[in-house]
Design a protein around this ligand. Structure first.
Ligand SMILES: C[S@@+](CC[C@H](N)C(=O)[O-])C[C@H]1O[C@@H](n2cnc3c(N)ncnc32)[C@H](O)[C@@H]1O
Length: 250
């Protein structure tokens, strides 16, 4: 995404920001069929994924939903700016009441071809106490980032929810950090009864510096390095961002 104009100004609850590596990669790799796909943007946050899909990928429509009411309001403000600029038709968008993803009514889910989720996935097992406390003391930060000890707490909830949807169900895309470990990710899928039908799309990304000491530890084990797809280049640790696509299956 060389042209960044599509998201400016991009409001978040922390001010005006550039998209994270995660948002950029999910927006770029999400499979949208122009003029056809009706996307359910779960955990929409600022709305960046859905807005990108409407403007750049020409999805037919996007429904925005999040657990936190403030993000629904912020997504609506970001969408309104694009409607004002003539880039989005109001009829292409819908905003659900704030709700936990597992409580989105099934008849709402069924009106979509694709659901997307860039989940909170910060693995607390590798986060220092001060950072944990700072995140946990702010409910918005907490629901945005906290992934439980393994990073896969909300991700596993999503897999279980998706697997339990009755047929027909939309396809799904979820973006995950390889630092969480592919074995852990695939085990969480299989516990939910899901099997990835295709390998994830891999995108390069830098590893947050807070995790470098653990990356150094893992570097003693070639199997950990491979499982987490981490490598050090010119003194900087890198990982992969993995776009997993789940298709209609029971
Ligand atoms: C990492 S942020 C991603 C935000 C935005 N989609 C993006 O890519 O920038 C995760 C979002 O998921 C929401 N969220 C967390 N847990 C959720 C849940 N159980 N159900 C629905 N939304 C949830 C958070 O409030 C947050 O907005």
């Amino acid at each position: 995404m060389n042209n960044r104009n599509w998201y400016e100004p991009y409001i978040t609850s922390w001010g005006t920001e550039a998209p994270s590596q995660f948002s950029e990669v999910l927006a770029r790799t999400i499979p949208i069929e122009a003029g056809r796909t009706r996307l359910l943007d779960i955990g929409c946050g600022s709305g960046i994924i859905g807005i990108y899909c409407l403007i750049e990928k020409k999805s037919q429509s996007v429904t925005f939903t999040d657990i936190a009411p403030i993000w629904i309001d912020i997504a609506r403000s970001n969408v309104d700016l694009k409607v004002h600029d003539g880039l989005i038709e109001p009829s292409q968008t819908k905003f659900l009441e704030a709700t936990e993803l597992t409580s989105i009514p099934y008849d709402e889910v069924a009106q979509h071809d694709l659901v997307s989720f860039n989940p909170p996935q910060l693995p607390y097992a590798y986060v220092d106490e001060a950072t944990r406390q700072k995140i946990d003391s702010d409910p918005i930060e907490r629901s945005f980032r906290r992934g439980g000890e393994s990073g896969l707490e909300i991700v596993s909830m999503f897999f279980t929810w998706y697997a339990s949807l009755p047929m027909p169900k939309p396809d799904a895309v979820i973006l995950l950090s390889s630092f969480l470990g592919r074995r852990n990710i695939e085990s969480a899928m299989s516990i939910s009864g899901l099997t990835p039908r295709e390998a994830p799309i891999e995108s390069n990304a830098t590893l947050r510096s807070m995790f470098w000491e653990y990356a150094e530890r893992f570097s003693n084990s070639p199997s950990e390095m491979e499982d987490r797809s981490i490598r050090k280049v010119n003194g900087v640790w890198h990982k992969k961002l993995l776009t997993y696509r789940l298709t209609n299956q029971r």
